[in-house]
Ligand binder design. Structure first.
Ligand code: SF4
Ligand code: SF4
Length: 309
């Protein structure tokens, strides 16, 4: 069970000051579990994860996916998550198509690629970029070279009209290290946020000492302005509250199945959370807001976008 006294607002606000609050419609797309790294604590990509079926499905059905994106009413922020979205074969063409269809893009990348590759990506997204979120992987990166790269990318992302920040999972064994890194990021003016760790989509329980460290991290490394902007809930329990997911927001898996939100404990086709399939043309968003039926919410974006009323 998650610790109810440990507020979402303290730590899980990776995106809080990065996002454009005026762009209301968000499609969170888990494009594939494929990743070029293999972090020991990875939840998205378990060691036995086989992404070949997902990728084959995407390649075979891309025309249908593209039509589905064209048919979305209005302009959507499409937030690409993985795995590592930029390791998906053909991703540059996919990004080109999404932008041509008038959508805006946010993405989370592990920042392991060359600057040249990131420049290519940013060129495609020029003027249509929202958040470019780098993730720091303590097992793989040494701080100095990582920070140099992050500074370059920060500069480029701003030039291309987006917002850059770095997030890291608050892995208990790495908390002291991440805390020290917070100073390095601050010196270089790069936003650096922690995200609560989840296992099987439930936030882990941190002990008191760890909670103190994470809270202190939030206080020390968020600007006063950012802290003022944070008006998040002090709980992860919203059952019975009106939640606009399914209208302004939905989550899509790598097979095009769409769900009201990213609540994996309810991640089954044909239940109340299911909205249909985008590539096969059966996606139907809710016409009216509905209340939250779930006993526990681990969805980051609906919270920070203010969709839970
Ligand atoms: S970079 Fe992310 S998706 Fe890839 S193995 Fe590490 S934690 Fe998993
Ligand atoms: S679990 Fe969270 S995002 Fe999903 S319906 Fe409930 S409050 Fe909304």
């Amino acid at each position: 069970m998650a610790d109810e006294n440990f507020s979402f607002s303290e730590v899980d606000n990776v995106y809080n000051s990065f996002l454009n609050p005026h762009l209301k419609n968000t499609l969170c797309w888990y494009i594939s579990g494929k990743c070029n790294l293999n972090c020991s604590f990875c939840e998205a990509k378990k060691s036995d994860h086989d992404s070949s079926k997902e990728l084959e499905y995407l390649t075979k059905n891309w025309i249908n996916f593209r039509e589905g994106f064209q048919n979305l009413q209005g302009r959507w922020e499409i937030f690409l998550l993985g795995g590592e979205p930029l390791s998906v074969p053909g991703i540059l063409d996919i990004l080109r198509d999404l932008v041509r269809n008038g959508h805006k893009i946010s993405l989370a990348t592990n920042l392991s690629y060359s600057l040249g590759y990131y420049k290519k990506v940013l060129n495609i997204l020029d003027g249509n970029l929202c958040l470019f979120l780098g993730t720091f992987k303590p097992e793989y990166y040494k701080p100095e070279p990582f920070l140099k790269k992050a500074q370059h990318i920060d500069y480029l992302v701003k030039r291309y009209g987006g917002v850059f920040g770095v997030g890291a999972v608050a892995e208990p064994d790495y908390l002291d290290y991440l805390y020290t890194l917070g100073f390095w990021f601050r010196e270089r003016n790069i936003k650096f946020k922690l995200q609560k760790k989840r296992v099987n989509n439930v936030h882990i329980n941190y002990n008191k000492d760890q909670v103190c460290k994470i809270k202190e991290f939030g206080r020390r490394f968020s600007s006063i302005e950012d802290q003022k902007k944070i008006r998040f809930e002090e709980t992860d329990l919203f059952k019975g509250r009106v939640c606009l997911t399914g209208i302004n927001y939905f989550f899509m898996n790598s097979f095009g199945d769409c769900f009201r939100c990213h609540n994996l404990t309810h991640y089954k086709v044909n239940n109340e959370n299911y909205l249909g399939n985008l590539p096969n043309g059966t996606l139907k968003l809710f016409k009216k807001p509905k209340t939250c039926p779930h006993s526990y919410c681990t969805c980051v974006l609906p919270k920070i976008k203010g969709l839970i009323l």
